[in-house]
Ligand binder design. Structure first.
Ligand code: PHE
Length: 339
């Protein structure tokens, strides 16, 4: 019988109540005339005389315990203090852990902020594009190799629809809609049919810049990029421009920054050259302005485009581009917590 009393005590100890109405049910179940505790007093009649003292005391204890518990629960509903029903509202809450920002987003936001200080606004365009915005309006001749199946993902049913291979398509979209002055940057994802390795991926991100107005010159381009390089890589950074070719800019250049790892002395990241290539740029080809409906006698402009993965790898010393897309939390957790 002692066992039975103990079991009933544990049961009462573990009572949880979610509604006031349940309190009355508890009273009936345990301490009313027919309740389980009252039943024990019936059984007590059959207990042998030598056990009567011990068991009698235990039943009385249990009865008081049951009365106390049920009263306490009842009170808690009346006063609104739920601690008696097993719920302690003063306990510290469980913090909701915020994720960390993706390293590509951290760098993208930093670049946007730097250009915002020069008056550049952000614009975006679609990832699924047409030939006109990715190639034709950008002065790509019909036989240009970038249109080749090897570089571009085309939609099989309609080769006029494709995944954009660069964010320069947004230049076209913005110029078609807006008359100068235009001062904007376009971050976004681009796709190229390339083998995936530590250094290249079939999808990556670029950030494009475009400035079109009266009297925009190559000197403006150079100064803008120097400002950016020093803000991003540090004030001692130097830039170097090398002649290059893009169908949509003339003249065109590739821009190197002095290696931020070794300060230009030479290391394995810059392959002992002291320089790191970070972007392509140039003066918007007058033909492109014309194709986009902008008066190329009145206006000139510059454009530039850079790969976000590349400069993120330089900034954080990341050695394999595939880390960005694998979503391994051990990698992602190493970067700034999201706010
Ligand atoms: N779109 C070029 C690329 O993807 C980069 C670029 C942008 C060059 C703007 C010049 C001007 O390589």
């Amino acid at each position: 019988m002692i066992e039975k009393i103990k079991a009933l005590k544990t049961e009462i100890e573990n009572i949880t109540v979610s509604a006031k109405e349940e309190v009355e049910e508890l009273r009936i179940k345990y301490i009313s005339k027919k309740g389980q505790v009252s039943q024990l007093f019936e059984e007590f009649k059959n207990v042998s005389p030598e056990q009567k003292k011990e068991i009698g005391a235990a039943i009385n204890d249990l009865k008081n315990f049951a009365l106390d518990t049920i009263n306490r629960i009842k009170e808690s509903f009346e006063t609104g203090d739920q601690s008696a029903s097993g719920l302690d509202l003063t306990m510290p809450g469980e913090a909701i852990k915020l994720g960390t920002r993706h390293p590509l987003s951290i760098v993208k936001n930093e670049i946007i902020e730097i250009f915002a200080r020069l008056g550049f606004v952000v614009a975006e365009g679609p990832e699924i594009e047409d030939d006109w915005h990715v190639f034709s309006a950008l002065n790509f001749p019909p036989e240009h190799p970038a249109r080749d199946m090897q570089d571009t993902f085309f939609i099989e049913k309609n080769p006029d629809i494709l995944l954009r291979t660069h964010t320069s398509s947004v230049q076209v979209r913005v110029m078609e809609k807006t008359q100068p002055p235009i001062r904007a940057i376009f971050p976004g994802r681009v796709f190229r049919n390339e083998a995936i390795s530590a250094r290249s991926h079939c999808m990556f991100h670029q950030i494009e810049g475009l400035y079109v107005d009266e009297n925009v010159s190559f000197a403006d381009l150079k100064q803008t990029l120097l400002y950016f390089a020093r803000e991003f890589f540090g004030e001692k950074t130097e830039i170097r421009m090398r002649p290059s070719y893009f169908p949509f800019t003339e003249p065109s250049a590739e821009v190197d920054v002095s290696c931020s790892i070794c300060g230009g002395k030479g290391c394995n990241v810059c392959k002992y050259s002291g320089w790191l290539e970070i972007l392509g740029c140039g003066m918007v080809d007058p033909n492109v302005l014309d194709l986009c409906g902008i008066d190329n006698k009145k206006y000139t402009g510059f454009a530039f485009g850079m790969g976000i993965e590349r400069i993120t790898m330089l900034k954080f010393g990341i050695k394999d581009i595939r880390h960005f897309f694998e979503n391994d939390v051990r990698f992602l957790n190493q970067f700034e917590a999201a706010h």
